[in-house]
Design a protein around this ligand. Structure first.
Ligand code: ADP
Length: 153
């Protein structure tokens, strides 16, 4: 069974994330959407809410499971029996950052490989931080979010 993890803060999950997930789905039997929790980080959407939103979004997609974890992604992958990490690239800045993380994960767990999906031009400006900024300032961020989130925002 081919299993991958798509790890992230997903604060919140947006259409750029959804694009990656949809493109990766045909390649795997199961994708674990894993919310990484860092106790020293402040989130706009509490963990419980992010879990609820993602469970709602993928309630009819049996290949997607939603989990949360803390600590090293590499360790979580080992626990879950996962050897493939999915990540997205919007820009060369993303590439520099993601390259180090991918190399680090591979050093910690040599069977772990990271697969990168390049964002389409119409989504490369979308980020969770921009969505948060719009929401904090009472703007309407719905154009960047899945429709299933309507009742959560
Ligand atoms: P993290 O805090 O781990 O960076 P994010 O939730 O911000 O988590 O992002 C998770 C992944 O999704 C990262 O690999 C990030 O580069 C990617 N990503 C974020 N926004 C987009 C987008 N618009 N298009 C493609 N990939 C994206």
């Amino acid at each position: 069974m081919k299993k991958a993890i798509f790890p992230g803060s997903f604060d919140p999950f947006h259409l750029g994330h959804l694009d990656i997930l949809k493109r990766a789905l045909p390649l795997f039997d199961e994708i674990v959407l894993a919310i990484g929790e860092n106790s020293s980080k402040k989130y706009l959407f509490p963990l419980e809410k992010r879990l609820k939103m993602l469970n709602k979004l993928f309630e009819n997609e049996p290949k997607v499971s939603v989990k949360s974890y803390s600590g090293l992604t590499a360790r979580f992958c080992e626990q879950e029996g996962i050897q493939h990490i999915l990540r997205g690239l919007r820009s060369s800045n993303d590439f520099d950052y993601e390259k180090s993380i991918a190399q680090l994960n591979n050093a910690l767990s040599p069977n772990l490989d990271t697969l990168f999906f390049i964002s389409p031009p119409h989504l490369s400006h979308v980020s969770s931080s921009i969505v948060r900024e719009i929401m904090i300032n009472n703007g309407d961020a719905r154009q960047f979010l899945p429709q299933a989130f309507e009742n959560f925002i």
